[in-house]
Design a protein around this ligand. Sequence first.
Ligand SMILES: Cc1cc2nc3c(=O)[nH]c(=O)nc-3n(C[C@H](O)[C@H](O)[C@H](O)COP(=O)(O)O)c2cc1C
Length: 403
Amino acid sequence: MQQSLKSKQVVLGVSGGIAAYKAVELLRLLVKEGAEVTVVMTENAKQFVTPLTFEALSGRPVYHEIFGNEASGSMEHIRAAEKADLMIVAPATANSIGKMTHGLADDPLSTLFSAFAGPVLVAPAMNDQMWANPAVQENIRILKKRGIGVIEPEAGELACGAVGLGRLAEPERLLTEIRKNLLRQTDFSGKRILVTAGPTREPLDPVRFITNRSSGKMGYAIARQARSRGAEVTLISGPTHLEPPFGVTLLNCQRTGEMAEQVLHHLPQCDVLIMTAAVGDFAPETVSKEKIKKSGEQSLVLNLHPTQDILQAVADKKTHQLIVGFAAESENVVQSATEKLRRKQLDMIVANDISAPGIGFQSDNNQVTLIDRHQKAESLPLLSKMEIADILLDRILAQLNDR
Ligand SMILES: Cc1cc2nc3c(=O)[nH]c(=O)nc-3n(C[C@H](O)[C@H](O)[C@H](O)COP(=O)(O)O)c2cc1C
C-alpha cells in the first residue's frame, strides 16, 4: 500500500469536545498513511479520551501536562514537535479557538500552538449556537486572515441532540485536507513569481493625488501563500497599510509608470506574473510644483491622460511567462473579463464584481470567477482572500504542468 504521508511529522492537537473520539480515528488514519504523529491534549480533552489511547496508537509520548514529570522529561520531544511539517487541531473547541486567536498559552495545546511556526489547520466542532456566536465567528475570521486553514464544520445531528452546523468534519475529510496542505508546502519550489498589489497614486501637486480604493489584500495574500508553498516571490506594491509577508522581496512604488518599469524589469526572470494591482487608468497631464490654490468660486479643470497599459506592455514583451490578470468590474462581470483576457493575451483572469456588498476592495473576503485561456469559467463561493490565493495557485500550477 502506498503511504502518501510517509515520514511526515504531524502534531495532532486535541481539545475538550465530545468529538475528541474522532481524533482517535484521525490518528489511526494518519499512522496508516505513514505519518509520525505527536499528540498534544488540553487538560479538558482528558475528560473525553485518555492520553494512553493516543500514546498506544501513535507510539509516542503524549504531551498533556505543562508542569508534570512526563512533560519536563520530554522537552526534547516537544521541541521537535515545534518543527513538525504541520499541526492540526481536531476537534477545536470554542475555548481553544479563543486562546489560539488571542495568544493565550495556559495548557499544552495552546502553549505548543503559540510556539509553532509551521502551517496549522483548525477543525472546529461545537454546538450550532456556539458556532454561530459572533465572538467565535470573529475569532475564526482572524485565524483565517493569519493564514491558518479552517476546516469548516459540517451540518447534521449534534451531540447535544440539536441539528445544525457544528459537527467536526469526518476524519477522512480531515485527512484529505492534511494531504492537500502537505503537498502544497513545496509545490511551488523552484518557481519565481512576480505579484503586483495595491493601488497606484498619481500626484496632482505636492499634497494631493488621484488613487483608488484597493487595499492590496488580495495581492499580499497571493504573495504570502506562494512563498509558503516554496516559490521565490517578488511583490511590487503600491501604497498599502499591510505588513509585508515574511520571506517575500517587497518593492514599493507609487505611480503607474513606476509600477510598469518595475514589472517590465523583473518580467524576464519570473515564471508567473500575477497582476492584482488596481492600476490607475488616468493621470494628471501636469503635476503642479506648488500646492494648487483655491481661487474664489472658480472651478478647477483637470486634464487627465491615459496611463501606460502595463498588461499590454507585458503582452508585447513576454516569452515563457504565465500571465494572470485581475478584472474588477461593476457590470457584465464575466463577459468584460473574458474580453480583457483575449485582448491582453492572458493565460487566466480573475473576475470580481465590485458592486456586490461585503466583497472585493478593502474586504478580507471575495467572490471571484476564474477564467482560463480556453475561456472556461469557474465560479468560486465566498471565500477568504487566503483561500482564493491557494485555489488560484492550484490552477496556475495545473496550467504550468500542462505546458
Ligand atoms: C459533555 C461535554 C461536551 C462538550 N462538547 C464541546 C464541543 O463539542 N465543543 C466545544 O467547543 N465545547 C464543548 N464542551 C465545552 C468544553 O469542554 C469547555 O468549553 C472546555 O473549557 C474546553 O476546554 P479546552 O478548550 O481547553 O479543551 C463540552 C463540554 C461537555 C461537558
